[in-house]
Design a protein around this ligand. Structure first.
Ligand code: G3P
Ligand code: CA
Length: 314
């Protein structure tokens, strides 16, 4: 784990190395020293939270082959139409685009078997067990995906999310958790109507609508319900770091996304150089990265202690 206040968020697990949102990828991210592991959350038809970036299952699993008659009229397979038991029959795999082409061609074997879609509770069990063995305090950084869609489907994410987090001891403002959403409505619901004290991060994309959110007035508004912002990293570059300064002035953390060795920001020779610019020149507090080992090494260049030594010594 990095020896600094700055944090490393394992984006979709160790997704640069193993298929996104798999227990293997989460375990690898843990072993590589991430401070927080990021699941994106969607709901199954029976109201269980699963770790999946999309409300659809077809870009990251073999659902189309296993359940050929279960697509909706738009030709997509929705997690909300499958029970958890059905989801658990699927093979998770490297992401493909709408044409079936791999999004990151250099990553893990696209035809590999043995990966499944985790229930959120499986990730929490994994973190709890590894934290117990190692003495580390790795946290979880869940994103509520498409909350308006889930509400319309009668599958609201938030009550289940809070119930599960409480069951695993994630309560109060000091819990090792950040809740993140692109939806201000969703964050306001969780903070103000559901009275959650858990740390929350307002994600901000690079759309015209979201441009208002990074103005001084927009940041003032965010500071009324969130603990920080998670901006597209391009928004920091565009203002030459002003967004970081302005957010910090309002007490907001800044955790930009997404840093990838195989999709570098313009002008950087490698991921370490790009991360160094954001951590140390722009002064961000954490990053979402598919390659958490590179960020961990940058923040803590000394050799990582054996993560299980504490368990063996006891
Ligand atoms: O949640 C931060 C970052 O993950 C947002 O992008 O699309 O990967 O969920 P996405
Ligand atoms: Ca995410």
């Amino acid at each position: 784990m990095a020896d600094t206040d700055k944090i490393v968020i394992a984006h979709r697990g160790a997704s640069g190395y193993l298929p996104e949102h798999t227990l293997a990828g989460y375990a690898m991210a843990y072993a590589l020293g991430a401070d927080y592991i990021e699941p994106d959350l969607v709901s199954t038809r029976d109201g269980e939270l699963i770790c999946c970036h999309d409300i659809h299952l077809d870009r990251t699993t073999d659902v189309a082959m296993r359940y050929p008659g279960r697509a909706r009229g738009d030709g997509r397979w929705y997690a909300a139409d499958f029970t958890l038991a059905e989801v658990k029959t699927l093979q998770a795999r490297e992401r493909v685009d709408e044409h079936g082409a791999r999004v990151f061609p250099g990553r893990f074997d696209a035809n590999a078997h043995g990966f499944t879609v985790p229930a959120f509770t499986e990730l929490l069990d994994l973190i709890a067990a590894l934290n117990r063995q190692s003495g580390r305090r790795v946290g979880v950084y869940p994103e509520t995906k498409s909350p308006e869609f889930h509400g319309a489907e009668g599958l609201a994410l938030e009550p289940t999310l809070f119930a599960v987090l409480a069951e695993y001891g994630y309560t109060g403002p000091d819990a090792r958790v950040f809740l993140q959403s692109f939806s201000p409505t969703n964050l306001r619901l969780m903070r103000q109507e559901m009275s959650s004290e858990l740390p929350m991060i307002q994600l901000i994309g690079d759309t015209a609508l979201e441009a208002d959110w990074i103005t001084p007035a927009g940041l003032d508004a965010i500071a009324t319900y969130a603990n920080g912002i998670g901006p597209d990293k391009s928004l920091i570059v565009a203002g030459n770091g002003a967004l970081v300064h302005n957010a910090h002035e309002r007490g907001l953390l800044v955790h930009p996304y997404t840093f990838r060795a195989d999709q570098l920001g313009e002008g950087y020779p490698d991921l370490a150089a790009e991360l160094a610019a954001y951590y140390f020149d722009y002064g961000v507090d954490g990053v979402f990265t598919d390659f958490c080992d590179i960020a961990v090494q940058l923040l803590n260049p000394s050799p990582e202690p054996d993560m299980l030594s504490a368990a063996r010594a006891s």
